[in-house]
Design a binder for this molecule. Structure first.
Ligand code: NAD
Length: 350
């Protein structure tokens, strides 16, 4: 007999090609009169164009968003937001822009419209990771969940192949871990499997320049984001948080390298989940199939390629096992050190 809890997060999702055209209407639905657009510095022009579509309801652009949501960036943005008398946040970009929107919503209670342009999935979660000094802390708070998410497939067309590959594998990692999460349930498992099927089919076509595959990829990323928001994460996300938070490795790239290894490690303890992953991606073996997919789409294949130093592996393994997330297979420092050694050298998952 299966027992489970399913908590559906509130929120409205608008999906399609050209759905950015409904942004002004969505802002108006929230009753906002002075919406502020949030982007990373490199997307400032795009932010200005989107502000223009809001007409009288747009108040300005804050082009400060940065990876891992540094608290000092949020505080500077808060000053700008107050000066603009903003009453609604429109975060457009990857997880960095959406993270800034969440951090500002937490401090002001303002409503948010998220407009994702990568596959990271943050827009569907109540999670916010903020960095202060060299420390990254993750909180879960319903106040950070965007009220509206506008997925416009057209905005993802500009993602270069490298970002497409790593961000896509980042999304797949949410879906894989949802299948063996301690609180997995039939609803998220259905979404996870469909997410993996869509992404595994679409990513090779996207990186080859086939724009018609972008809709499937974004839909897969949306479903993966729902999974990330609904159930717990495990070893894979723990290791990525350690490598990003304590060693400064880049977010999506680290997920891309680690996913086959964490999957291989957990395989003996989660056979049903592995069968579902393998079926969804059309492979005989889940870990090997993810490894082959990563290679095929040109993702980085080793932690060494991301700039980690071999002498950091012992410390990374120790941090990862010191406060583990619930995981189907029990962890030992030796086993995690061996897994990190394989990922560092770019060996196939064992
Ligand atoms: P990102 O938002 O930092 O974007 C990476 C780079 O790509 C940036 O320079 C950005 O301007 C650019 N970019 C974004 N979309 C583009 C597009 N369509 N075309 C061309 N360039 C584009 O990276 P990310 O991987 O999306 O997000 C990573 C951040 O999100 C991390 O801080 C991570 O911790 C956070 N995150 C949070 C959650 C959560 O639930 N809280 C989930 C996933 C990721």
């Amino acid at each position: 007999m299966q027992h489970f809890v399913w908590n559906a997060a509130p929120g409205r999702v608008v999906f399609g090609a050209g759905s950015l055209g409904s942004l002004a209407e969505e802002v108006a639905r929230l009753g906002a009169r002075r919406a502020v657009v949030l982007v990373t510095p490199t997307q400032a022009d795009r932010g200005a164009r989107i502000l223009a579509t809001l007409g009288d309801r747009g108040a300005g652009v804050i082009a400060r968003a940065a990876m891992h949501t540094p608290v000092e960036v949020t505080e500077a943005a808060l000053g700008e937001l107050r000066a603009m008398e903003g009453d609604c946040l429109v975060a457009m970009g990857g997880g960095s822009a959406i993270g800034l929107g969440k951090a500002l919503a937490l401090r002001t209670g303002l409503p948010q419209v998220a407009v994702p342009t990568t596959y990271a999935g943050s827009e569907m979660t109540m999670l916010l990771g903020q960095t202060e000094g060299a420390l990254k802390r993750t909180i879960r708070d319903s106040a950070v969940l965007p009220e509206v998410v506008v997925y416009d497939v057209d905005l993802t067309l500009s993602m270069p192949p490298a970002l497409t590959a790593t961000s896509g594998l980042n999304a797949m990692a949410h879906a894989v871990e949802a299948l063996y999460a301690v609180d997995a349930n039939p609803v998220t498992s259905l979404m996870a499997e469909e997410s993996l099927r869509l992404l595994a089919g679409a990513l090779p076509r996207c990186v080859a320049g086939d724009a018609t595959a972008r809709s499937d990829a974004l839909q897969g990323a949306f479903l993966a984001g729902v999974c990330l928001g609904a159930v717990s994460v495990a070893l894979h996300h723990k290791i990525c948080h350690v490598l990003g938070g304590s060693f400064g490795l880049p977010h999506a790239e680290t997920h891309a390298v680690m996913l086959p290894h964490a999957t291989g490690f957990n395989a003996p303890a989660a056979p049903e989940a592995m069968a579902r992953v393998a079926r969804a991606i059309g492979a005989a073996d889940a870990a090997q199939g993810l490894w082959d997919l990563a290679a095929r789409i040109g993702a980085p294949m080793s932690l060494a390629a991301l700039g980690l130093r071999e002498e950091d592996l012992d410390r990374a393994a120790a941090i990862a096992v010191a406060s583990p997330y619930p995981n189907p297979r029990p962890l030992t420092e030796g086993a995690i050190r061996a897994l990190l050694g394989d990922a560092f050298a770019g060996r196939a998952p064992s």
